[in-house]
Design a protein around this ligand. Structure first.
Ligand code: DAT
Ligand code: MG
Length: 138
């Protein structure tokens, strides 16, 4: 497959816990290139677009509120198969059961925290990546 770009977010829990550097190091160690990087405070409008697919689900509003609770670090990473590759590096959604060796599995906390506090977001398809890059790097 061709070289891809994906949108990665270090979520507010990752920024607050000062894990941005560790997460960036894992992305780079895997061989992906950091093409763009910035810290940003999301707006409700950006999050409504970003999480449109989840609107109406029970976790939607807590997720949006959490994403508004502090700055995030938005990253465009580039590399061979980076969309699937970063999601593999991130681990499954729930840090409690995410595999050891993954960002969520190694660094995610599960003591009394909610699933949305899972440190990172990564685009799940080429279509999502293009759409999400447009939101965060307009
Ligand atoms: P992912 O971030 O692994 O792509 P997703 O797109 O299904 O997961 O959901 C977006 C975020 O919403 C996810 O990172 C955490 C939160 N979330 C998903 N399912 C949830 C659930 N059942 N309860 C609480 N939060 C949930
Ligand atoms: Mg998702």
């Amino acid at each position: 497959m061709a070289i891809q770009r994906t949108l990665i977010l270090v979520k507010p829990d990752g920024v607050k816990r000062q894990l941005t550097g560790v997460i960036l190091a894992r992305i780079e160690a895997k061989g992906y290139t950091i093409a763009e990087l910035k810290q940003v405070s999301a707006t409700p409008q950006m999050l409504a677009e970003h999480y449109a697919e989840h609107e109406g689900k029970p976790f939607y509003q807590p997720l949006v509120d959490f994403m508004l609770s502090g700055p995030v670090v938005a990253i465009i990473a580039e590399g061979q198969n980076v969309i699937t590759g970063f999601r593999s590096l991130a681990g499954t959604t729930d840090p409690t059961t995410a595999a050891p060796g993954t960002i969520r599995g190694d660094l995610g906390r599960d003591w009394g925290l909610k699933v949305q506090q899972n440190l990172v977001h990564g685009s799940d398809s080429e279509e999502s990546a293009a759409r999400e890059i447009g939101i965060w790097f307009a």
